[in-house]
Write a protein that binds this ligand. Structure first.
Ligand code: FAD
Ligand code: FES
Ligand code: FES
Length: 1338
């Protein structure tokens, strides 16, 4: 075999040789499918989530150094790996050998919940430690910036990371000479009273030390290979694509000459996503390998030349070094580049992406190109015809043929000139999230004055994000030459630029007015920055900045993180071996961290397994005229394509007595509706075929997308729900004031890290089916599959080991997809797997309901709300799903912590042409609660009182009655509130915030505290029944099974704690395998915060039954072991297996009367958040959050705090950054982490304090504990109201009328636009109706 056709690399120290490799394959599927290494996870496929992070190591024969760097396996073409060593999570440690300290600490610090993100986190951290064994906290947070976690809220992950820092207790950031340990970060004591924190939730003493000498070495063979690499181009030919890897410059030029249209793939972070998401196909790819000339770093002729092949991470390091060495005046461009390189993507992408690839991609939102362009950079090009240089200017960026590379040319390097004295360069960007998010608008600006004078000699301004490519405000700059640098010039500049950089109202990406505002806001910032430097350089000639403008200059960056946790101590009387109340690590924590935890798609392929993919509707409301399957069916590997016709009479299932169709019949009602299912031998073939299915539609009227449109068309699901208490109409007559208002709240995508996954296996006997599925509700899956296959339920078994996050999203749609998958499996008698891609998942499955809340409140002048009339409208989407339950829970919980003596609340679920919205953590409460809190905030403004005062006045104080006449004792609510006020030093900090706001015109702080009363219960006894099965084996070991699903919340861990307490047996003796309809039948859905409550009571019951049976044996032989007792029981024919059962909490609700006892108990809490905003850009930072929760008696404080924090951060995302964009045709644009931003590590509060109230007794619940899964989401709205407070401060100072109406999520766009000023007034506005907006507010 010609070695040039052999691909050789190492994975975890083992040599891999591939001949006949398919160049279209990426490393992620290769690891998972070919090598069976399932630890590396699929989360998005586009480099945006970090779940697939691995470490790549490459040896450079030139530098003789090995470079270790993190990379996302989903974007690494397998052919690019020749000579590389890949390390996956399996390669660094395992439970079978030795776990790595990184794995151990993430697990033991409770940094895993569902565990799906954990291998990626582990690999990012591991790679950092390979390069920096004692990293700083900044390096740590930077390393994890590209890894998303939807469960934990990141705090415990940071805690784990900190244990590797030199001094782990400290923030390591001596900003202003102050460190977190010196004093509270905000300069105020963190606790006003009782400065009490519990011991850590983990014990550092037991951690394995990090020993770099133990790490896997770089394979010597690869070093030798690199040193002696034959100078021959490698070529890999696949079925459709040819991969050419030249190893010399000459080879590269030859290849480019021969295939001028072939892309030069370096990091594949631009080409890869285009191929994957835009369907672009390249028959030939050229990918240079270790070509020295592409890695040059050279200083000559007052410029720095950087090779096009250097990664952005290498560029960052080089520039960091250069700015240390060169005088500041020469490094203006480098500093600006460094600023953006700090936030550009995550560490993995920065390490993969090349400078050349970045420049050449010419993305409209490129962060570096505007800076390289203003910096007058030039590009060194080479082809077989020779060298030439072209400027990186506007023409190049707009791909003007005269200014572009010729097809045969290669970009070799980029020349970045030194700046000159009196030359200044600045970089600006604003994104939805501070880091790892493409800019909404970015900019590079440069001015050159020449010696003295302050007269503009050169001016260059480029913007990204506002056009089809990076654009230049050339004419404006030209006109400003010769002008002095003063406010008049600024004013002219703003007007000129707004004129020149024109953005139509319907511009793609939307946010048009925000973008226009940013264009001038950045200009203002640049003006100030330069003015400040001029003043510093020449204090005599240049005026000082006006005091009020100083605050415009600094960015909101604070990266240190500091947290305290205060949890309940275990009763000293409790036996030491009893684990209840202890912070026990998640049972699967270590397996999550080693990648050994098995999720649905990690199950090995079954013999002759098929793959199913769905074809979905591209129209929101249309008639299906025809479906042509012929072309798709003719593709190789395609086995079948099923439509509604094939499913015939079983194409439907009744959910809550309403029919839900599986595949569309004659009409479609939303984009993303399932139309047909393609079944093929492999995922690739199925996906290819799906693209060839041709469906002809005819649009139908009306198209209803928004809540307003639904109201107009009277399009509601029946019935409407209403709750009334007192006499609202009479009460309105006696109040001092009445206000009417409304608030809109957007929806939310579940963004569970593991997408919808299922594998259906026909057993081949008696028509039995095994369904392995990632679901919260196995019984439902069993029912729906059985009904579809016309089988009794006893032939269909559903198994769930664990779920990689669910949050309510893995019930109804999962059932529909499982039914279709099972139908296919049954039809073909072969196993069928269906795993949704992230984009499909987001498109198809719906999420949290958007809400419109309208309120009319009557109140006294001292803030007492005596009458409240509310209307809730939720956007339910095309089918009913759980929409009625959601609005019911919304109105039952809308009172939150307040006693409204006269209340009427009505709610409607709107039927629209959108994918059906469904259950989501909090189930209506986060929306209803926000509406109520918004009303209270407005009342406070009207009364001239602080919101916290009005909250307190209206709060339940004592024993009282809810609007549905259920008794409530609010003692713990008040205690949480008071403790939160005290812990957060509220009054002191409020004064400090006010002082800050007086002193800072362009930055504002805001502070808000919200109370929480979250009712827990399911509204019916039957919905709360639970069962468990406990076996004791003759060796004394115990197997526990119950009906709850482990989806990260740690229910299995808690169940083992329960069994351990009840059986008085060590936890290590007890095992739990997963959930199955085979062992526990008819189990209810896992959700509603009560999974551990209910199943725990069932486990307890089973254990007590067993213990009762065994007690005589134990008392006869008290010194015996469990093995002895089990054997004796067996010998005496005593059953060692018991079922446990809990019939459900007493609960009822009569909607006719509006009365009932729907809930078992209330979770109380309070959260206080402080934020800072940049009024010019809308950027915001959560500076500090204090949370106090009443959890009853915590069964496991580590898990409970994990739920509180994780939910809080998810809530913060909901209320501040997570924004779903729909087109006017009903298409969801935001279909992946690149467009939809969930909180990342940069978003968590700089300071976080969580405190649990002391234990309180609760008669009916499991060991007096309370379920905490959902309640914390609402606490995220403390950040919303803190932002509201900051925006209000800005508006007040600017003399704008209040109260300001803000909607959720309160994004940078809304913050900026609410802080009206001369710049927002300056921008052109489009007449509503004069253009078609890019998106609609659903
Ligand atoms: C998850 C994610 C987040 C991102 N976030 C950001 C962000 O925040 N800010 C930002 O600015 N960008 C961001 N990006 C974009 C990223 O910066 C670019 O994708 C990257 O810089 C491209 O480099 P590459 O080496 O991977 O290019 P490749 O994909 O390998 O190639 C891109 C193009 O460049 C051409 N090319 C490459 N090298 C040469 C050469 N030497 N000569 C001629 N042509 C060449 C190729 O032909 C191809 O057309 C993000 C990307 C991802 C995937
Ligand atoms: S799966 Fe690779 S980054 Fe998300
Ligand atoms: S633990 Fe991070 S996504 Fe679930």
């Amino acid at each position: 075999m010609d070695p040039a056709l052999e691909l050789l690399f190492y994975v975890n120290g083992r040599k891999v040789i591939e001949r006949n490799v398919d160049p279209e394959i990426m490393l992620l599927p290769y690891l998972r499918k070919k090598l069976g290494l399932m630890g590396t996870k699929y989360g998005c496929g586009g480099g945006g989530c970090g779940a697939c992070t691995v470490m790549l190591s490459r040896y450079s024969p030139t530098t003789k150094k090995i470079r270790h760097y993190p990379a996302t396996a989903c974007l690494i073409p397998i052919c690019s790996l020749h000579g590389a060593a890949v390390t996956t999570v399996e390669g660094i440690g395992s439970t079978k050998t030795r776990i790595h300290p990184v794995q151990e600490r993430i697990a033991k610090c409770h940094g895993t919940q569902c565990g799906f993100c954990t291998p990626g986190m582990v690999m990012s951290l591991y790679t950092l430690l390979r390069n920096h064994p004692e990293p700083t906290l900044d390096q740590l947070t930077d390393a994890l910036g590209g890894n998303l976690c939807r469960c934990t809220g990141y705090r415990p992950i940071i805690d784990a990371c900190k244990t590797f820092c030199k001094s782990s207790g400290c923030c390591q950031s001596k900003e202003n000479g102050i460190c977190c340990l010196d004093q509270g970060i905000n300069g105020l004591p963190e606790f006003e009273e009782g400065n009490k924190t519990s011991p850590k939730l983990f014990s550092e003493e037991e951690f394995l030390p990090l020993d770099p000498t133990q790490e896997l070495i770089f394979p010597p063979e690869l070093m030798i290979m690199a040193e002696k690499q034959p100078q021959r181009t490698r070529v890999f030919g696949g079925e459709r694509m040819t991969w050419i890897s030249p190893v010399t410059l000459q080879g590269l030029l030859e290849a480019k000459f021969k295939y001028p249209q072939a892309p030069v793939v370096m990091g594949n972070t631009s080409v890869g996503p285009e191929v994957k998401f835009k369907g672009i196909f390249h028959p030939v790819i050229i990918s240079p390998d270790r070509i020295e000339e592409l890695s040059v770093v050279n200083h000559a002729n007052n410029e720095l030349t950087l090779g096009a092949g250097l990664s952005l991470a290498q560029v960052k390091n080089i520039l960091a070094d250069v700015v240390q060495k060169l005088p500041e005046e020469k490094t203006q461009i480098y500093r600006a580049l460094l600023k953006h390189l700090g936030t550009l993507a995550g560490s993995q992408i920065r390490n993969m992406a090349s400078l050349g690839g970045h420049v050449m991609s010419r993305r409209l939102d490129s962060d570096l190109n505007p800076l390289l362009a203003v910096g007058s950079c030039t590009l060194n090009l080479l082809s077989q015809e020779g060298e030439r240089q072209i400027p990186l200017n506007e023409q190049f960026l707009s791909k003007c043929p005269d200014a572009d590379l010729k097809p045969q040319e290669i970009l070799i390097s980029v020349n970045i000139p030194y700046s000159r004295k009196w030359e200044f360069v600045s970089a600006f960007r604003q994104a939805q999230r501070q880091q790892n998010a493409l800019a909404i608008v970015n900019s590079g600006m440069r001015v050159f004055f020449g010696e003295g004078g302050g007269i503009i000699k050169e001016l260059s301004i480029f913007y990204g994000g506002v056009g089809a490519t990076t654009i230049c405000a050339k004419n404006s700059c030209q006109k400003l030459i010769g002008r002095p640098w003063n406010e008049e010039m600024l004013d002219t500049a703003c007007r000129l630029v707004l004129d020149e950089v024109w953005l139509p109202g319907s511009a793609p990406g939307g946010k048009v007015e925000f973008k226009r505002t940013l264009i001038v806001s950045f200009l203002f910032k640049f003006y100030l920055e330069v003015s400040q430097i001029l003043k510093r350089m020449d204090p005599v000639h240049y005026p000082s900045l006006a005091d009020k403008n100083e605050s415009a200059l600094e960015d909101l960056h604070s990266r240190h993180h500091w947290s305290t946790i205060n949890y309940q101590n275990v009763d000293t009387q409790q036996p030491p071996q009893d684990p209840i109340g202890h912070p026990i690590m998640h049972l699967s924590g270590v397996k999550h961290a080693t990648g050994e935890a098995i999720y649905c798609d990690d199950m090995p392929a079954v013999d002759r397994e098929l793959f199913l993919t769905f074809v979905t509707s591209s129209r929101a409301h249309a008639k299906i005229v025809s479906i042509d399957l012929s072309e798709a069916l003719n593709l190789p590997g395609v086995v079948d394509i099923m439509t509604a016709e094939h499913l015939g009479g079983v194409n439907c299932f009744f959910f809550d007595s309403k029919p839900e169709k599986f595949l569309a019949t004659d009409k479609v009602f939303c984009v993303g509706q399932l139309v047909c299912a393609v079944i093929a031998d492999s995922e690739v073939q199925a996906k290819r075929a799906a693209k060839r299915v041709k469906i002809v539609y005819q649009d139908l009227e009306p198209l209803i997308l928004t809540i307003e449109e639904a109201i107009r068309h009277n399009s509601f699901f029946k019935p409407e729900r209403k709750l009334e208490y007192g006499n609202v109409d009479e009460a309105f007559k006696v109040v001092d004031q009445i206000l009417e208002g409304e608030i809109y709240m957007g929806g939310q995508e579940h963004f569970y890290m593991e997408t919808q996954s299922m594998l259906v296996v026909p057993k081949g006997e008696d028509q039995e089916m095994d369904v392995y599925v990632s679901t919260q509700f196995p019984k439902y899956i069993q029912d729906i599959v059985a009904s579809t296959l016309k089988l009794p339920a006893n032939k269909v078994m559903c198994h769930v080991r664990r779920v990689g996050g669910a949050f309510g999203g893995k019930v109804t749609k999962t059932g529909i997809m499982a039914a279709v998958t099972a139908f296919a499996a049954n039809k073909h008698g072969r196993a069928v797997r269906c795993i949704l891609e992230r984009g499909e998942d987001m498109l198809i499955t719906g999420g949290r309901h958007p809400y419109l809340g309208k309120y009319k409140a009557g109140f006294t002048n001292d803030g007492r709300i005596l009458a409240l009339d509310m209307e809730h409208y939720s956007n339910g989407g095309a089918t009913l799903d759980e929409s009625l339950f959601v609005i019911e829970m919304g109105i039952l919980k809308m009172d939150n912590a307040y006693k409204f003596p006269n209340l009427r609340c009505r709610a409607w679920a709107c039927r629209t042409n959108l994918p059906s919205n469904t259950a989501f953590r909090g189930f209506g409460f986060p929306q209803a609660g926000l509406i109520t809190e918004s009303c209270i905030t407005e009342v406070a403004v009207k009364c001239g009182l602080s919101p916290e005062k009005v909250r307190m006045i209206n709060m339940y104080k004592d024993i009282d009655q809810t609007p549905y006449k259920q008794e409530i004792n609010a003692k713990n609510l008040i205690q949480c509130w008071r403790e939160c006020m005290a812990m957060s030093s509220y009054s002191l900090r409020k004064a400090a915030v006010e002082k800050f706001n007086r002193e800072n015109y362009w930055k504002k702080k805001g502070l808000a505290v919200v109370p929480l009363k979250f009712p827990v219960g399911l509204g019916s006894v039957a919905a709360g029944q639970a069962a468990a099965l406990v076996h004791i084996y003759l060796d004394g070991s115990v197997l526990v099974t119950h009906g709850g699903i482990e989806m990260g919340q740690g229910v299995h861990t808690k169940m083992i704690q329960v069994a351990s307490r009840e059986l008085r047996m060590p936890m290590s003796n007890i095992h739990l395998r997963g959930t199955s309809t085979e062992t526990v039948p008819n189990a209810n859905v896992s959700g509603g915060s009560v999974v551990a409550d209910l199943n725990g009571l069932a486990v307890k019951d089973a254990c007590q039954t067993l213990l009762k049976r065994l007690e005589p044996i134990i008392s006869k032989n008290p010194g015996g072991t469990w093995k002895d007792w089990a054997q004796t029981a067996f010998d005496e024919s005593i059953s060692l297996s018991a079922i446990g059962y809990f019939r459900g909490y007493e609960s009822d609700m009569d909607w006719e009367k509006g009365e009932g006892h729907p809930f078992e108990y209330f979770v109380y809490g309070a959260a206080c958040s402080e934020v800072e905003i940049d009024c010019l850009t809308g950027a915001h930072k959560n500076l500090r959050t204090d949370i106090v929760m009443d959890v009853g008696c915590s069964i496991n404080p580590a898990l409970d705090i994990g739920q509180i924090e994780g939910a809080f951060i998810q809530g913060m995302g909901l209320y501040t950054i997570e924004e779903l964009d729909y087109s006017p045709q009903g298409l969801l644009y935001t279909r992946g982490p690149s467009q939809y931003k969930i909180p990342a590590i940069c978003d968590i509060p700089t300071e976080l304090h969580v405190s649990l109230l002391p234990p309180s007794q609760n008669s009916n619940t499991l060991y007096s504990s309370k379920g905490l899964g959902e309640s914390g989401v609402f606490l995220g709205c403390s950040v919303f109201f803190a932002l509201w407070d900051a925006v209000s401060a800005a508006r007040q100072e600017r003399g704008l009328p209040g109260p300001v109406r803000l909607s959720s999520p309160l994004t940078p766009e809304k913050i900026r636009m609410a802080c009206e000023d001369k710049f927002t007034k300056m921008i052109p506005r489009d007449e509503p109706g004069s253009y078609v907006p890019w998106k609609v507010l659903i």
